[in-house]
Design a protein around this ligand. Structure first.
Ligand SMILES: [Zn+2]
Length: 310
């Protein structure tokens, strides 16, 4: 009888120990909300099991207009960090969500507000503020994540924010970040080697997503189908663009998955260029779930388009 009682007590003690070890690990997880999937991937790379990451976008949306869902507000309410692209990329949807979240931790100026453009020198900063150069790039082009070297600036901003809100995990974050950086640096070297055939190749895209990518890999970014960032093309603009593309031998038309295929397809047919669909964040097309897989896909697709056009 005594022995049986001892066994029950021991079992209870073991169960309590199990529960105690399980609860704090979960309760201490840092809750992170990112606007886009590329930033979510970097946050997971640094945070591993210590973080719970939610991306507002799934990957197929327009970076300037992620459709709002009711589920966004509660998750933003309990977030420790809000990680964003910055340069007002998310201006159309984020400020309203931040207000609705009623979460002081993630408001601008507090440690939970993480602007990943800090340290990035923006390209194509409008000379005037009258919106004549487009409505969605008011502080310059925000699509710097398509340059994998600039993605390291975002990685560093995310790391600093995570280390500030959870200094108890700094050793884990540092080792995860260093491992990711080693992989990313090896990949960048690989992409630069592959992209040698892209040097000087002229291309157009629907939206102005690609100036940083073109600069990194030496491509010639000829123009956009949109009249200005966020402004639909006019018939006259398409006519002029098509004529210029023929005269200047532009060989690639990039269509981003959030825009309809019709106009890019027609322009490619009229000019003899190759039409490619390229994601602008992970998940935009199949097999691009991570940032590295997405950059692999973009570089490989561009290289294949150039080789097909030869
Ligand atoms: Zn844009």
């Amino acid at each position: 009888m005594k022995f049986k009682l001892l066994r029950i007590v021991l079992t209870l003690l073991l169960m309590t120990a199990f529960c105690l070890s399980a609860i704090p690990a979960y309760a201490n997880k840092i809750t992170i909300v990112t606007t886009l999937t590329d930033l979510a991937d970097l946050a997971r790379a640094i945070g591993g099991d210590l973080v719970e990451v939610h991306s507002l976008a799934t990957g197929v949306e327009d970076t300037h207009g992620v459709p709002m869902k009711p589920s966004f507000v509660p998750v933003m309410n309990r977030a420790d960090l809000l990680i964003l692209v910055g340069l007002d990329c998310e201006h159309a949807f984020l400020p309203a969500l931040m207000e609705a979240s009623k979460n002081p931790r993630i408001q601008k100026g507090n440690p939970g507000y993480v602007d990943c453009s800090k340290g990035v020198v923006p390209r194509d900063v409008p000379k005037s503020t009258d919106h004549s150069e487009g409505d969605v790039h008011p502080y310059g082009n925000p699509h710097y994540m398509l340059d994998p070297v600039l993605a390291k600036t975002a990685l560093s901003n995310i790391f600093n924010a995570m280390a500030t809100v959870a200094p108890q995990y700094i050793a884990e974050f540092t080792s995860n970040r260093d491992a990711y950086l080693a992989t990313l640096n090896a990949k960048i070297a690989q992409w630069e080697t592959k992209a040698k055939v892209l040097k000087g190749v002229k291309f157009v895209s629907y939206h102005e997503h690609w100036p940083y990518f073109a600069e990194r890999f030496g491509m010639n970014y000829f123009g956009t189908i949109e009249l200005k960032p966020g402004i639909d093309p006019t018939a006259r603009h398409i006519e002029e663009l098509t004529a210029a593309m023929k005269a200047q031998h532009v060989t690639i038309v990039v269509r981003e998955p959030q825009f309809p295929e019709k106009t890019p397809k027609r322009i490619a047919e009229q000019t003899g260029a190759t039409l490619v669909t390229l994601p602008i964040m992970p998940g935009g097309v199949p097999n691009t779930e991570t940032y590295i897989k997405m950059m692999d896909y973009i570089v490989n697709t561009m290289v294949a388009a150039v080789q097909a056009g030869k």
